[in-house]
Design a protein around this ligand. Structure first.
Ligand code: SF4
Length: 475
């Protein structure tokens, strides 16, 4: 008999075949490497759960609560309830703890699965709560768990989902207990890449790489036509069958060389004013506010790197950086930026909405710095834009991330072998340096963090210069 947990059930709702493969042929199921970000989210979940437990255990009713209790049923359901409390009439209340700031549909489905499992195991549930973060909470001094967490009663919503969930659970168990399923294809063959999961290749081994699924925003009618005619390779697609954006990708794939739109690249450089500041922030966010003045899940910049190119012809660069020594609101970071960012000149970021949102949040936090931060935002242009339509290379794998673009355009610069090699690593490293005593390991980690952020902005400089050369070549 197969076991169905809450996680399995959510997996089933997303895709029955994928769940079946994970249970029946785990050796074929793509090994999922848990990213440091997922690890961080899981740890935060435990931390929130622990805080709620500690809080409840200090209340006068502490004796009625039990934590992480396991329930199983004869048909194979499995639930570990975050918290349950006993009522005088023999019923129980269940509490699902979430480190999110809102209740969403998945949380309700989750809670319904738990309620059905607990009831089928023989208990009667009287009330269901979702315990989640109050996103309006602002930390003042030490954490006040009663203010930071909201206990939302969701019994009615859960009851509304009971019938549908019970039917789905039945279907899930039936499907899971099948000895065999059709493994020769799956329904995502008719859907765009954004729907595909990591088992797409297993169920569809005849789809080549690259394939029609690499064409951006491919309409499902076109997918239907191409698959019906068994034309999955880009080689079999004609140029008049695709949109202008898709055409760039098609041409790049067929020629195996970049497709360059000089007009788009030139327009990017026409808006540039010197001195040009290449700016990158690293931020930390934690479910539980770490310092006074912080809300749950706020993104607080703790580090920046800025390379400045003073004028068009100068190869000389200035570099400035800041790395906070402790968990803090970003006043010192802003003051450090004020010292080095000129009143005039463009600011170049990669995926500027991230930097601009942080500027907006910091301006709300420090109204007297709003003029400076708004001026930085107004002058910010996005180097990533070039790679949306101006320079398409199939080697970027359909991505416009700097981590994909850099190794192709500037292979001599690399993030490989860096201890801190992405934003999540930086966040994790920061959480260590604010905890650790001063020692050589901490000094080394700080150096690694500075090196990573510096490489991010230096990489932008190099890509900027390379694209500028390309834009000038045909003039
Ligand atoms: S690719 Fe789509 S249909 Fe195929 S297994 Fe994954 S989610 Fe299911």
């Amino acid at each position: 008999m197969m076991i169905l947990s809450k996680t399995d059930y959510l997996h089933f709702l997303h895709c029955a075949k994928s769940l079946w493969l994970s249970k029946h042929k785990p050796e074929e199921y793509p090994k999922k490497t848990i990213s440091t970000y997922e690890d961080k989210l899981a740890l935060e979940g435990y931390e929130v759960q622990r805080l709620v437990q500690d809080f409840l255990l200090k209340t006068p009713e502490a004796g009625i609560f039990s934590f992480e209790k396991i329930f199983t049923t004869d048909e194979g359901l499995y639930a570990q309830a975050d918290i349950i409390s006993k009522n005088n009439d023999g019923t129980v209340n269940i509490y699902e703890v979430k480190s999110a700031g809102n209740i969403d549909k998945t949380h309700l489905i989750d809670a319904t699965f738990q309620m059905i499992t607990i009831e089928n195991s023989g208990l009667k549930v009287n009330a269901v709560y979702i315990v989640h973060l109050n996103k309006e909470y602002v930390r003042t001094g030490s954490l006040e768990v009663d203010k930071m967490m909201s206990f939302s009663l969701v019994t009615e919503q859960v009851q509304g989902l009971m019938e549908e969930t019970a039917d789905n659970i039945k279907s899930a168990l039936e499907f899971l207990n099948k000895k065999e399923i059709d493994e020769t294809s799956c329904s995502c063959l008719l859907l765009s890449k954004s729907h595909h999961c990591e088992t797409f290749d297993y169920f569809n081994p005849r789809v080549p790489k690259p394939s029609i699924y690499n064409l951006p925003r491919l309409h499902k009618n076109k997918i239907l036509t191409f698959t019906k005619e068994d034309r999955l390779s880009l080689e079999e697609i004609d140029e008049d069958e695709v949109s202008p954006n898709q055409l760039n990708v098609l041409k790049a794939a067929k020629s195996n060389s970049p497709v360059i739109n000089q007009d788009i690249i030139r327009k990017f450089y026409e808006q540039v004013e010197y001195p040009v500041h290449f700016l990158d922030y690293e931020t930390f966010s934690s479910a539980i506010p770490m310092v006074e003045g912080m809300k749950p899940h706020a993104h607080i910049p703790f580090q920046f790197s800025i390379h400045i190119k003073k004028d068009e012809d100068s190869a000389e660069l200035e570099h400035y950086q800041y790395l906070a020594e402790e968990a803090e609101l970003p006043l010192t970071l802003i003051e450090s930026m004020e010292k080095v960012i000129n009143d005039k000149g463009s600011v170049v970021s990669w995926h500027k909405s991230f930097e601009n949102t942080r500027n907006k949040e910091m301006a709300l936090l420090y109204p007297d710095k709003a003029d400076f931060l708004n001026s930085v935002t107004e002058r910010t242009i996005d180097l990533e834009d070039i790679f949306k339509a101006g320079y398409i290379d199939i080697a970027f794998g359909g991505s416009t991330s700097i981590k994909k673009v850099l190794p192709i355009l500037v292979p001599e610069l690399t993030y490989d072998s860096m201890t801190v090699a992405n934003g999540t690593d930086a966040m994790e490293a920061f959480s260590k340096i604010i905890e650790w005593e001063d020692n050589t390991e901490k000094t080394k980690l700080k150096e690694d963090m500075l090196a990573y952020c510096k490489l991010d902005t230096f990489a932008m400089v190099k890509i900027y210069e390379k694209m500028k050369d390309i834009s000038q070549k045909s003039q």
